[in-house]
Ligand binder design. Structure first.
Ligand SMILES: Nc1ncnc2c1ncn2[C@@H]1O[C@H](COP(=O)(O)OP(=O)(O)OP(=O)(O)O)[C@@H](O)[C@H]1O
Length: 685
């Protein structure tokens, strides 16, 4: 029986065919797999550059293209006959000698450009890789087919021009060397193309079938017709992860907590989903997949249903948000749901304290210093550091603030109400209490989960982290965390080590959602500079890049808000006319008023209109961000007055930048930004 592996392109090409052809193709592939009567057989292609390539007749005038070795068939695509033959003649395949993964390249195109590379080399004595010997090149997996070409490359521009024609595993180490990196740097770059952990077995460049097994990003082996249906029906992200994503989410076991950081669209949420699915399938115990808002957790839950087919495994993963978790733990302990205090009532309580400081200042001090460090007494508060708070406080001032905190917490207690952060703190305390006989050497604890996977980690408060830490035992594979400090939209700045989570960090650098033009503009908008939180010290956006190019963001200035709204309606109307489904278009504004105006202006078109906060976690084809004007982005009332606390104000500005960055980086295709009056100071010039 043939063993069949499907490439990521195959389901896409299949989806583009007419329904009757598609049906015939699926029937033929099933027959081929089962080796039954009427199954198509591989036919050699005249003029092909690779002897292992063949075609299978899968439907009337349609062929699949396969690479065959022994009983293994890698099904690459399905195309009309002539196109399938042309495809089979263009491409060549090899095994990367360093990593043992499959390589594929457009040999026809490469043959065509080679003479011009040679001519350019004859005209210039410069050679980009003159100081890397052949042995080193071979150690980096540079194949025999490519080495003579590589030797002709005169400069970085020529190398970059060749990028689309080279397999990524050939280009990556060369690009690193060209940037001036050492052999070790080039090897690291190459190693990032590896999807599965290396084994002791030496790489056999002739064993293409083994290479396919090492390339799960390129080939999915199907063992049964049911699996085949799954591969053909499930969305691509369920099956094919890029190498770094695959490696991170399917790593057998982590001794320590893992923190994966990466810019917008690098696949962090996908990794969190796949890690949860992997744990559900291969590890024991209950799993919590958690994020900070209910809307996002609902979306995660739906996507997890798609990812985990097995019902029992799916049931082992609970998807939720941290506030809900805290509420549930407290409710279980107290026997009834806790009552929450509203924002207005809380402000009134702070006002009652008649403190010299504003209610907003006191609230921040309580949340970001007292609750963040779990301070229980005045003495602890007097001696506590106040990171992120710019105004120094004297001892008497701290004492006065502590009295205010005591007043507010006392009042809340009397009223039987709490804030969400108080609930998180109480839930953490409840979980940390040991139960059972304290004289026993190991007192039983009450962690409700064996594994916790955290998405959007940048927005969790230290108290929430303490809750999560307490909800899972200190053991291998306890916490798997993904986040992006540059996308923080709330005031939570926490280094994980300060809440008892000693995480090992892994970085993702490639955005698969954004075209380079939107990405580069977004990085300038975000400030390009470091962001603090999650890791000790600052996280840079350096090295963050995209895999494709597209349109530059369009920034439109209008004279009045009315004209801006008219411009928006015209723009969105044009997108709909161009055939973009309304559900793939998003409009965002910073204030509720602007959202209302845009919603009523666009009512007929049925597109999603939301606040910047509401854009978190979404993915859209085209996005319009409106009202990006001075005084609106950032809104003045969201900033701490500079006189009150300059450092808090600087953090507010970073948070507001982060918000705009989040809204703009939802666009996978086109981004339109508009304002009336003066532009927001955040807009790149
Ligand atoms: N392996 C993949 N297969 C298919 N699509 C992918 C893959 N990896 C990333 N993408 C594309 O990139 C998008 C971004 O993925 P994801 O939402 O996981 O990124 P993220 O890092 O969590 O983004 P953000 O931080 O901006 O919310 C996906 O929705 C998908 O369009």
């Amino acid at each position: 029986m043939p063993r069949l592996a499907i490439s990521p392109e195959f389901p896409r090409e299949l989806g583009a065919l007419d329904q009757p052809v598609r049906r015939d193709v699926v029937v033929s592939v099933r027959r081929f797999m089962q080796n039954v009567a009427g199954a198509p057989h591989p036919e050699r292609v005249r003029g092909s550059r690779d002897p292992r390539i063949a075609t299978l007749r899968l439907a009337d005038r349609h062929r699949g293209v396969v690479v065959k070795q022994r009983d293994v068939y890698w099904l690459l695509t399905v195309l009309p006959d002539a196109e399938a033959w042309a495809y089979a003649q263009r491409y060549r395949f090899s095994v990367n000698t360093a990593l043992g993964v499959v390589e594929m390249w457009d040999a026809a195109a490469l043959d065509q450009v080679e003479p011009s590379v040679r001519r350019a080399a004859e005209a210039s004595p410069a050679r980009l890789f003159f100081n890397t010997c052949d042995t080193d090149m071979m150690e980096l997996g540079i194949g025999r087919r490519f080495l003579p070409l590589v030797r002709q490359i005169t400069d970085r521009m020529m190398l970059e021009a060749l990028e689309p024609l080279l397999p990524p595993t050939q280009y990556a180490p060369l690009a690193a060397l060209a940037r001036g990196e050492s052999m070790a740097g080039a090897w690291r770059e190459l190693d990032s193309c590896r999807a599965v952990a290396p084994t002791r077995d030496p790489v056999d460049p002739e064993d293409f079938a083994a290479a396919l097994l090492r390339s799960p990003d390129r080939a999915f082996f199907v063992g049964s017709p049911r699996e085949l249906n799954h591969v053909l029906d499930a969305p691509g992200w369920c099956l094919f992860l890029h190498p770094a994503q695959h490696r991170l989410s399917r790593w057998e076991s982590y001794e320590q907590p893992i923190l994966v950081t990466g810019g917008a669209g690098t696949g962090k949420t996908l990794i969190a989903l796949h890690r949860s699915a992997f744990l559900a399938k291969h590890a024991g115990g209950r799993i919590l997949l958690v994020t900070f808002s209910q809307g996002l957790s609902a979306d995660l839950s739906i996507r997890l249903d798609l990812l985990i087919e097995d019902e029992t495994a799916r049931k082992r993963v609970e998807v939720g948000n941290v506030d809900r978790l805290a509420q549930r733990i407290v409710a279980e302990a107290e026997g009834r749901p806790p009552r929450l205090v509203g924002a207005a009532e809380l402000t009134a309580l702070w006002r009652e304290t008649e403190s010299d400081h504003s209610p907003a200042f006191l609230l921040r001090e309580w949340e970001q210093v007292v609750l963040a460090q779990n301070l229980q007494t005045l003495e602890e508060y007097l001696g506590a550091p106040r990171p992120g708070r710019g105004v120094e406080l004297t001892g008497p001032e701290r004492t006065e603030i502590w009295r205010a905190v005591e007043h507010v917490t006392g009042q809340l207690r009397e009223r039987g109400k709490r804030t969400l952060l108080q609930l998180a703190a109480e839930a953490a305390a409840l979980l940390s209490q040991t139960t059972g006989d304290l004289l026993e050497e190991t007192a039983p604890r009450r962690e409700p989960y064996r594994h916790i996977v955290v998405d959007e980690a940048q927005d969790l408060h230290p108290t929430q982290w303490r809750l999560l830490r307490a909800a899972v035992p200190h053991a291998h594979d306890d916490l798997f965390i993904v986040g992006d400090p540059h996308q923080r939209i709330f005031d939570a700045r926490v280094a994980l080590c300060s809440v008892g989570i000693e995480a090992i960090q892994r970085r993702l650098q490639v955005s698969y959602r954004l075209p380079q033009e939107i990405l580069a503009w977004g990085v300038r908008l975000r400030g390009g500079g470091p962001a603090d939180g999650l890791v000790d010290g600052a996280e840079e956006l350096y090295g963050f890049h995209a895999t494709r190019h597209g349109h530059r963001p369009v920034v439109r200035a209008y004279d009045s808000p009315e004209e801006e709204l008219t411009g928006l309606v015209t723009q969105v109307g044009q997108w709909v006319e161009e055939g973009v489904p309304p559900r793939e278009i998003g409009v965002a504004a910073r204030t509720a008023g602007l959202v209302r105006d845009a919603r009523s202006a666009l009512r007929e078109l049925g597109v999603r209109v939301t606040t910047f906060h509401g854009m978190k976690g979404l993915e859209l084809r085209r996005v319009a961000v409106i009202g990006v004007a001075d005084g609106i982005v950032p809104p003045l009332d969201s900033l701490t007055p500079a006189g009150e606390d300059p450092s808090a104000r600087a953090h507010d500005l970073q948070r507001e930048r982060g918000l705009l960055y989040v809204a703009c980086t939802r666009a996978g295709e086109l981004l339109y930004v508009s304002y009336s009056g003066r532009a927001s100071p955040f807009l790149p010039t």
